[in-house]
Design a protein around this ligand. Structure first.
Ligand SMILES: [Zn+2]
Length: 349
């Protein structure tokens, strides 16, 4: 018999009242199916077209709602001679909190998320896993961290390698707050349209970049951009002992841009599935703005949040680590002060 690779690490007390209230919401436990007519998670194309480089605001930015939560105060502490980010305390006695933490043994690359992988249905009725893709991103990722911290919650983040290179300090905040960090490729290409080698490069560069910028080992968890996978790539992840994470509930926050509508949509879908891994994106302002209300509604609905951890850390590949280190060095050199780069060696008087 195959051993279920999930071990319950901790379970907090959940009152009977909450359990009974929650049970009334789960009339159906049929998982959401991704159907071919459903819009894709994201359009394929150059990442720069969808996500402008830092410092360049999107034209519609002014019309977007701002997150209502200020970034959590993540403070610097000095340990030895190295400053490290300190985890902010969560002192909310009425917080939603984590109901249990599960630890996943990724040996052999088991997949999770019932829309694509049905081997391991580890969530109980009423349980959800919060996942955020495509960060780290200024303002929105810190706002999401603050909203999670206000409710003493832990989530799983699937950052993009390029974004990690651009915003390592934000990624380090995600790590410092105790969230699980996986990866989501180097530049968010649709891997189903790539050669096997190109796709492997995208996966491995993303893993190396996120791990290097996080400053500490990450989880062997991976999410395919747009959830587009191939049998060959799934086999590759199995070889690498990396778990692919699909979803149960798509927030569709790539197109639902009003926080109220976004919350209503997620709650409606959740009532149908009864539980599941929820897909959101931490680079959208409307998602950051919606999260406090979504967490309140989850609490009022009696839902329980499960924190997913990995038993082992990801083993990145040295060649890709070297390539990322070189890319990082180029980036660093391009930001040297001009006086370090261009010097007057002779001037006519
Ligand atoms: Zn994505």
């Amino acid at each position: 018999m195959r051993k279920l690779p999930i071990v319950i690490v901790a379970t907090s007390v959940v009152t009977v009242v909450v359990a009974v209230a929650a049970a009334t919401h789960f009339l159906s436990t049929t998982p959401l199916k991704l159907d071919a007519s459903a819009p894709p998670e994201l359009t394929t194309g150059a990442i720069e077209a969808r996500w402008p480089k830092p410092g360049i605001e999107r034209p519609t930015a002014a019309a977007e709602p701002m997150p209502s939560v200020q970034p959590a105060e993540t403070t610097l502490q000095v340990t030895g001679n190295r400053p490290v980010l300190a985890k902010p305390a969560c002192n909310n006695p009425n917080a939603l909190g984590i109901s249990r933490t599960v630890q996943i043994d990724t040996t052999g690359g088991p997949g999770f998320g019932m829309s694509q992988y049905r081997e391991y249905d580890f969530l109980q009725p009423g349980e959800v896993v919060l996942t955020f893709d495509d960060g780290p991103w200024p303002v929105t990722t810190p706002a999401i961290l603050a909203a999670l911290n206000a409710e003493c919650l832990k989530a799983t983040f699937f950052p993009i390698g390029k974004h990690a290179i651009w915003h390592p300090e934000i990624l380090k905040q995600v790590v410092a707050q105790g969230h699980t960090v996986g990866s989501h490729t180097w530049s968010h290409q649709n891997l189903a349209h790539k050669t096997q080698q190109e796709a492997k490069d995208e996966i491995e560069k993303g893993m190396s970049a996120v791990a290097m910028m996080a400053g500490s080992p990450i989880a062997p968890f991976f999410r395919f951009p747009q959830l587009r996978q191939t049998a060959e790539l799934k086999a590759y992840l199995r070889e690498r002992n990396v778990s692919a994470f699909s979803i149960d509930i798509d927030s569709e926050d790539f197109k639902i841009r009003k926080p109220d509508a976004l919350v209503a949509s997620v709650m409606t879908k959740l009532k149908k599935t009864g539980k599941g891994i929820i897909l959101m994106h931490d680079l959208h302002k409307w998602t950051a703005a919606a999260l406090p209300d979504l967490l309140t509604q989850l609490k009022e609905g009696g839902y329980k949040v499960v924190h997913v951890q990995a038993k082992d850390t990801l083993a990145t590949l040295p060649d890709y680590d070297a390539a990322i280190a070189a890319a990082k060095a180029v980036k660093t050199s391009s930001t040297r002060p001009i006086s370090n780069v261009v010097q007057n060696v002779e001037q006519r008087r």
